[in-house]
Design a protein around this ligand. Structure first.
Ligand code: AKG
Ligand code: FE2
Length: 348
């Protein structure tokens, strides 16, 4: 059995805790691992709210296929993508990812600004509220990163993530079919190819008992990431898994790590007590800065003087060359690589 990934568990909501200390621990975890478990005792996003969002994901994917197709993914990265239409690791994958996804962009006055399946019509306010709660938690984390990195001013990242500004921020529902629905899958296939995320920070919600997520360790092996790490079994909800995206890694000169991960079918690789036999549902929130944010050097002595821009810290970050791009430009580069079909007219 593979050894689980060693990812720190941090509680950012303890009453009376020293925020500077919490911030430092968060930065250390992000710099060393790129992944952090945020303990969820219900203060930031309640267990009920998360469970309801999972119910909505099940309802959405059970919608008639024509209804989902009507909402097919567009170049703005919003909408439905069916099996095999996204290929997160095009260099190594024989076929596209074994998954179905629905990406929600922004909501205005509690309504989606994009077509959604009819089954979601009555639930739009609830979806908007979940998305807002995720955004608020990301901004809380970004403020702590600002404090931990001694950025001046500490709200440098937070103010670049104004929830009302146009951005690449996406709430994504995912469904990975069970092996019984994918008899054509081969031993080397993956449910989601190896990749690092594109944005600033990602929040991942999973269902206890469902295996699949693995991170690439510094020794180049795949380590499973259990949904419920030791010590959180009695919490109302498993910890929220946070990871650093390429944009924040790039922005911090590689100090905060964006770590490569994938979703495997995991026979024999699953963490104890987890399995891959059921359809797997996950909820992911990809937080991005406002489109027009220039990714200039972060005003932090610690970032500026980060000497360890080593090949390891740059892992998964294809933009080794430093040049000021906007958040929107950064996102476009990545999307074009993952959705070959959607962008094929732009090739050449
Ligand atoms: O479903 C998961 O566990 C991870 C999904 C993921 O890494 C992604 O969508 O970027
Ligand atoms: Fe990811």
């Amino acid at each position: 059995m593979a050894v689980n990934a060693q990812i720190p568990i941090i509680d950012i909501s303890v009453d009376g805790a020293d925020q500077v200390d919490v911030a430092r621990r968060l930065v250390d975890a992000a710099a060393e691992h790129g992944f952090i478990y945020i303990r969820n005792t219900g203060q930031d996003i309640s267990a009920d709210r998360i469970q309801r969002a999972f119910e909505l994901a099940r309802t959405l994917f059970a919608s008639p296929v024509e209804d989902k197709q009507r909402c097919s993914i567009q170049k703005n990265n919003q909408g439905w993508s069916g099996m095999h239409s996204e290929t997160l690791d095009p260099k190594s994958q024989r076929v596209g990812d074994f998954k179905e996804a629905f990406n929600f962009g922004s909501f205005k006055d509690g309504r989606a600004t994009q077509p959604v399946p009819a089954s979601m019509d009555a639930h739009q306010e609830e979806l908007a509220a979940f998305r807002n709660a995720c955004h608020t938690l990301c901004r809380k984390l970004l403020l702590l990163f600002g404090i931990g990195l001694e950025v001046s001013p500490p709200d440098f990242f937070t103010s670049a993530h104004n929830p009302d500004a146009e951005s690449g921020t996406i709430l994504r529902f995912l469904r990975y079919p069970p092996p019984t629905e994918t008899p054509d899958a081969q031993a080397d296939d993956v449910r989601a190819g190896a990749h690092s995320d594109y944005g600033s920070v990602t929040l991942l919600f999973r269902i206890p008992g469902q295996a699949g997520l693995e991170v690439l360790t510094p020794s180049n092996t795949w380590a499973p990431v259990p949904v419920t790490p030791q010590g959180t079994e009695n919490d109302p909800s498993p910890p929220i898994l946070v990871n650093i995206g390429d944009l924040l890694s790039y922005w911090t000169n590689g100090l905060l790590r964006s770590t490569v991960h994938r979703v495997s079918f995991s026979p024999g690789q699953a963490a104890t007590g987890e399995s891959s036999v059921d359809p797997r549902y996950t909820l992911v929130f990809f937080c991005h800065p406002a489109h027009d944010t220039p990714l200039v050097p972060v005003p932090s002595e610690r970032v500026r003087s980060f000497a360890g821009v080593s090949s390891q810290a740059k892992e998964g970050n294809p933009y080794a060359e430093r040049k000021v791009v906007t958040a929107a430009e950064h996102l476009q580069m990545r999307l074009q690589a993952s959705y070959a079909d959607l962008y094929k007219d732009n090739a050449a």
